[in-house]
Design a binder for this molecule. Sequence first.
Ligand SMILES: Nc1ncnc2c1ncn2[C@@H]1O[C@H](COP(=O)(O)OP(=O)(O)OP(=O)(O)O)[C@@H](O)[C@H]1O
Ligand SMILES: Nc1ncnc2c1ncn2[C@@H]1O[C@H](COP(=O)(O)OP(=O)(O)OP(=O)(O)O)[C@@H](O)[C@H]1O
Ligand SMILES: [Mg+2]
Ligand SMILES: [Mg+2]
Lengths: 260, 260
Amino acid sequence: NTRLMAVANEKGGVGKTAMVVNLGAAMAITGKKVLIVDMDPQHNATSGLGVKVSDDMVNVYNLISEPADHSSLDAIVETSWENIHLLPSHPDLSGAEVELVEEDGRENRLKEAVADVINNYDFVIIDTPPSLSLLTINVFALAREVLVPCQTHPYAYGALEALFDTIEAVKEDINPDIAVAGIVPTFFDGRTRVGRDILDRLQSDKRYRDYTFATPIRVNTDIAASSDAGKPVVFYKKSCNGTHDYMAVAAELARRDGKK
Amino acid sequence: NTRLMAVANEKGGVGKTAMVVNLGAAMAITGKKVLIVDMDPQHNATSGLGVKVSDDMVNVYNLISEPADHSSLDAIVETSWENIHLLPSHPDLSGAEVELVEEDGRENRLKEAVADVINNYDFVIIDTPPSLSLLTINVFALAREVLVPCQTHPYAYGALEALFDTIEAVKEDINPDIAVAGIVPTFFDGRTRVGRDILDRLQSDKRYRDYTFATPIRVNTDIAASSDAGKPVVFYKKSCNGTHDYMAVAAELARRDGKK
Ligand SMILES: Nc1ncnc2c1ncn2[C@@H]1O[C@H](COP(=O)(O)OP(=O)(O)OP(=O)(O)O)[C@@H](O)[C@H]1O
Ligand SMILES: Nc1ncnc2c1ncn2[C@@H]1O[C@H](COP(=O)(O)OP(=O)(O)OP(=O)(O)O)[C@@H](O)[C@H]1O
Ligand SMILES: [Mg+2]
Ligand SMILES: [Mg+2]
């Protein structure tokens, strides 16, 4: 019954890492045991949780490049918050694409690496880099759900079509269980016409409207500031828009899961 | 005497495409003949200039994957603005990394493709995807300068070190002419503590302070709205912060070039 959720969008800077760190934390607050997996070589989710990236720690790159030598139990670390564990990233992960190009089954390396631990958690949420490369495909081979943050700006809205096509192709060729869990509008600023326009398109375009969450994540400087403190915003500042909005997304996620 | 400038930062959403489109246009306003090259498979710079991506047009992917069959003269298109030409992108570009992995000299495909046209321009500015992959390395093999947009947020600041290391490695192994032209703070909002903190770090950290431009690009919704209109902000709304700030960056770029 573990929820396996990828957070993905090829468009950069739409709030993928913010979603992983903050929704992960919001789910932990509601009592879920959460594993955060950082599959971005930029390791922002790792540092956003206050964990130092170090060459001495086993990380997700070791697991997918030398699967026989490491186990995910070695790599998973505790964070400062009880219900949140982390499988940390490392910059070396950016080499995996070219290193694994000849390997059969290279898309399933992550899935095989974490198979023995995922059942220890209620909710596994996975950060991805801003590309549709092998790392993201590895995450799609494992995940049963994809949550798509969509900045309420034109370029990010334009990226949805290719992403939905990619998920459809993964569903046919690699992982029949995968499905889009939802689209969460992010960086929403109701004072701007472009923000209202894009939110309106998400809520009316028949390709996306059934996926679009009711509560957008509003622009909120506390979200950026909390990453500097290495804390999810829900632990950084309990009474701010960011905390409110991520708790609302966690609640809507639970409601939508019930409807399936 | 053509200035060959890459705009790069592995961190997503820092304003690379906005810089290419808007600084390119600002340079055109000051009388320069400008070529914009879009090396991001998401083709945001192409659509940001109002050009439709189409399978019937020769694009930068054709040039680097089948160099014998196409010439850059076939691919370059005019835009709505006199001094601005565009070498458009295409989603197929995302396949180049794996397709070219066996090819010798794969890092020089772009450089060879445009060698015959770059001298027709005063200023060539090149957009890159949010990764340090083969596409970005192709751009670094061609460019003599790299302009680095840095969102005034912690994750973007943290990405600078790896980027500077990559540029150094390219300088030693592939292109001895490459150098960092500058760091332009972006998305600056002086009302936020995190924005002021990051700007302060850029201006005081001895690794970055000499590169950091005096005028940050401020957060300005007209910049996002202009991308919806397929126009650079300098043509979309002459009297807004975005237009002011990009014209100031163009002026500082000219001043810094004079000092070399
Ligand atoms: N709602 C928000 N309001 C203000 N700042 C935000 C918000 N969401 C995220 N941020 C900040 O904006 C920046 C971009 O967000 P983030 O890094 O989470 O995006 P991303 O999609 O993970 O980027 P990348 O494509 O590089 O992985 C970060 O500095 C983050 O802290
Ligand atoms: N100063 C600014 N103020 C407000 N919006 C901006 C600003 N600069 C860029 N934008 C908008 O923010 C979004 C992110 O910027 P942009 O797409 O240029 O970043 P990028 O670095 O090219 O992203 P990617 O990593 O996906 O290529 C876009 O919608 C863009 O129009
Ligand atoms: Mg991220
Ligand atoms: Mg871009």
